[in-house]
Design a protein around this ligand. Structure first.
Ligand SMILES: Cc1cc2nc3c(=O)[nH]c(=O)nc-3n(C[C@H](O)[C@H](O)[C@H](O)COP(=O)(O)OP(=O)(O)OC[C@H]3O[C@@H](n4cnc5c(N)ncnc54)[C@H](O)[C@@H]3O)c2cc1C
Length: 342
């Protein structure tokens, strides 16, 4: 039987970032992915994700500050820009809490009155103040996903695509990972299988309380100065961000139905209608009819916090709840540390 120090199950952004850190630290690493890298059936596809420091909770602000440094490290190692700084704007009720958390962590931020907002961002229309965080922006998601793969392989990680892990067994000296073709031994197994993780972990004796939902995103034609990323803190939260080559991407956070990752993907027409109306009002110069729509899976915990835990020889990484991407290099580092703990 083949043996590795660590087998990572699931090659989305989190598994790929974990494989980078593992291989970088010299661990013999194998990454198994049921589809191909860059596929659109999980949570990590698409051209961009919001990177924001702004959270109402200082713990997340600190994580974002740490992640920013690690994104820059990844960029230096891969020789490519992954995180584009455009500034981030928070709108709507409760942004004072974000302002307070940013200040507590020493992060730059500026509360703009309605007229200052209108003057600073003439292409936007919003009734009310806005919180500007200049270090926020967006991650080039597809490129980041590919970059972690390049980095992981560069450090010696092996990757098998189109390989479904059927079960994981904990053993006396680690774990055994079973695919249709073979069984592979490892000292630790990291499960970053997104919406598929809960079912897969049952066999390894780990109970993961997550609920996948299918979320809809829309893309709108936009030609103008690179705008800030926007989060409007209403329920459900609405967001808009640049999507390189596709204009603007916009969606509602945690508004989709409970989903089975294997089902046929259907967009939510009501969500598209709501977000189109919102975007057209926010960006008066933009055609409020999306030119493209798609779905993406969230894997949610009850409190929207992440699961990053070790259970015996199995490490679980379920950092989604719709806001994990920005932390990928930090989460990959943490999962790698957990896997290498003796
Ligand atoms: C619409 C949408 C918008 C979002 N916007 C933002 C944002 O603006 N900012 C932000 O920070 N975050 C955002 N997120 C969240 C972020 O995208 C996720 O946190 C992140 O992509 C989760 O990555 P993952 O690797 O855990 O999951 P996935 O990308 O789903 O990866 C899991 C992988 O495991 C593989 N797999 C599953 N089962 C097996 C198996 N048995 N064997 C082998 N492989 C297996 C799957 O094929 C998949 O590739 C958004 C998410 C969505 C859906």
């Amino acid at each position: 039987m083949k043996r590795y120090d660590v087998v990572v199950v699931g090659g989305g952004i989190m598994g790929s970032a974990t494989a980078w850190w593992l291989a970088r630290s010299g661990a013999r690493t194998l990454l198994l992915e049921r589809f191909h890298i860059g596929h659109d059936r999980g949570s990590s596809h698409g051209s961009s994700r919001i990177f924001r420091l702004s959270y109402p909770d200082s713990g997340y602000v600190r994580m974002a500050q740490e992640s920013l440094k690690l994104w820059r490290q990844a960029e230096t190692e891969v020789g490519e820009e992954l995180l584009v700084t455009t500034g981030g704007l928070d709108l709507g009720p409760g942004i004072e809490a974000n302002h307070a958390a940013l200040r507590e962590c020493g992060a730059r931020s500026e509360m703009l009155s309605e007229s200052e907002l209108a003057q600073r961002f003439q292409f936007l229309s919003h009734d009310g103040p806005g919180l500007l965080q200049p270090d926020s922006g967006f991650v080039r998601a597809e490129r980041a996903w590919a970059a972690f793969q390049v980095l992981a392989r560069g450090h010696g990680a092996e990757l098998c695509e189109e390989t479904v892990v059927e079960s994981i067994e904990q053993s006396n000296d680690g774990a055994v990972v079973h695919t249709a073709a073979e069984s592979i031994e490892c000292s630790a197994c990291v499960v970053t299988a997104g919406a598929w993780a809960r079912e897969l972990l049952v066999g390894a004796g780990v109970e993961l309380e997550t609920r996948p939902t299918r979320e809809t995103v829309s893309y709108f034609r936009y030609e103008g100065p690179l705008p800030p990323t926007i989060a409007e803190w209403v329920t459900p939260l609405r967001y808009a961000l640049p999507a390189p080559g596709l204009g603007l991407k916009a969606g509602e956070h945690l508004a989709g139905p409970t989903a089975d990752p294997g089902e046929i993907r259907t967009v939510d027409d009501a969500s598209i209608e709501r977000i189109s109306k919102w975007l057209a009002a926010l960006y008066p110069g933009v055609d409020g009819k999306p030119h493209h729509t798609e779905t993406c899976l969230y894997t949610n915990t009850r409190d929207e916090n992440f699961v990053l835990e070790r259970y015996g020889s199995v490490v679980v990484g379920s950092p989604c709840s719709g806001h994990g991407f920005k932390f990928a290099p930090l989460i990959g580092k943490r999962l790698a540390e957990l896997a290498l703990e003796q």
